[in-house]
Design a protein around this ligand. Structure first.
Ligand SMILES: *Cc1c(COP(=O)(O)O)cnc(C)c1O
Length: 405
């Protein structure tokens, strides 16, 4: 077993070796520009892109021409939200989203606010779920777009997009979802969910980095968006730029593998996740699960450890590649806005760890991680006067701390 052990699959997944294999000929042999019409190099590249489009459409229950290739979910989110809002400017200036969206969505909304749009940021419940009726209540005659993520990248909670999609369709407003964490991991069908726009990315489903897609509904209704990139009019005019053929081929290969293996894969991952959870919590107390107990991504385990210091814990676990509830926004030590939104207290937000299991995670790795977490938490708690007091039955909430604490 090699260390460090990779358990940060929400940040990115390892590439499936079959994906790499599928991509290789498109770097050196079939390296043509998919827009070149005058020779076989172009035709081969175009055929590969067409085939990839068909596969990706199949993965999400769409039609091939509804797949617009982008550089990743960040670009797809920007294109969907700014593109739809700008195109429909005359119809209204109101957008609805949630407080726990990815920054690609939140910051696109912030940019629109600076341009005169109004944005409602819906709260979530203690599990991180958006209540569909809160979407319904927030819709006004000015609303043009609702954007709610499929699965949260920190706590793994899965939203009820079917229920939300019924509401948006009924109200006649566009529905976008950042489905990056869910596509390839859970079943997604754009018609069942009444989605008009949906973002997803190859590198979260065992494909290459730097390629993603935006689903844009072509009928009932035909969705129009304003392109964010001017140029040669590729991708039905919605996204100019020479297509990244090798990555698109890899994206499709990744989708194909997900279609055939998702059910077994996710069941296995779920079992490993349960093993990890039980293994940790059977040996150490005062551990809290963040996110929904069952309605969550199979590979996501987000735990807060009371009476330890978050940074010390992360540093102690140097053989495990994971992320924490405060290091997520990187350089700052601000606790995660997602944990804050579900009501996790600051102390516990700082000591949260996000485990992201994936297709290549093994039982041996899980057992190693369990032992390592138990060791590190126990070691830190041995040095913690707070833990000692808690063990002795002191009620922490009654302690009066000195001014400066
Ligand atoms: C990773 C991620 C993104 C960004 O995707 P990129 O392809 O890296 O730009 C957006 N939204 C969610 C929910 C993600 O997990």
């Amino acid at each position: 077993m090699n260390t460090p052990i990779y358990m940060d699959a929400h940040a990115t997944t390892p590439m499936d070796p079959q994906v790499v294999e599928a991509m290789l000929p498109y770097f050196t042999q079939s390296f043509g520009n998919a827009a070149s019409r005058t020779h076989s190099f172009g035709h081969d590249a175009e055929a590969a892109v067409d085939s990839a489009r068909t596969t990706l459409a199949e993965l999400i229950g769409a039609r091939p021409k509804e797949i617009i290739f982008t550089s990743g979910a960040t670009e797809s989110d920007n294109l969907a939200i700014k593109g739809a809002a700008e195109f429909h400017r005359e119809m209204g200036n109101h957008i609805i989203t949630s407080v726990i969206e990815h920054h690609a969505v939140l910051d696109s909304c912030k940019a629109l606010e600076r341009a005169g749009f109004e944005v409602t940021y819906l709260p979530v419940d203690k599990y991180g779920a958006v209540n569909p009726s809160s979407v319904e209540k927030a819709i006004t005659p000015q609303t043009v777009l609702v954007s709610i993520m499929l699965a949260n990248n920190e706590i793994g909670t899965i939203s009820d997009l079917v229920a939300i999609g019924k509401i948006t369709r009924q109200a006649g407003v566009l529905f976008h979802s950042d489905a990056t964490q869910g596509v390839g991991r859970v079943g997604v069908n754009v018609d069942e969910m009444n989605l008009d726009l949906m973002s997803f990315s190859a590198h979260k489903m065992y494909g290459p980095k730097g390629v993603g897609a935006l689903y844009v509904r072509s009928r009932r209704p035909r969705v129009r968006i304003r392109p964010q990139m001017d140029g040669g009019g590729h991708e039905r005019g919605m996204r100019s730029g020479t297509l990244n053929v090798p990555s698109i081929v890899g994206f499709a290969k990744a989708a194909e593998i997900c279609m055939s293996e998702m059910d077994q894969d996710e069941a296995r991952i779920d079992t490993l996740k349960e093993r990890l959870y039980q293994g940790i919590t059977s040996k150490i107390d005062s551990v809290f699960l963040n996110g929904h107990p069952t309605n969550r991504l199979a590979g996501n385990l987000n735990l807060s450890f009371a009476y330890v210091e978050g940074e010390s814990l992360l540093m102690g676990l140097k053989d495990v590649a994971i992320s924490s509830g405060s290091a997520c926004t990187s350089s700052t030590l601000e606790p995660s806005y997602v944990l804050k939104a579900i009501g996790v207290e600051e102390d516990l937000a700082h000591t949260s760890l996000r485990f992201g299991l994936h297709r290549f995670t093994t039982e041996e790795e899980v057992d190693f991680v369990i032992a390592d977490v138990i060791d590190q938490v126990s070691r830190l708690r041995e040095m913690s006067p707070l833990y000692e007091m808690a063990q002795a039955g002191v009620d922490m909430s009654t302690i009066e701390w000195p001014e400066d604490h």
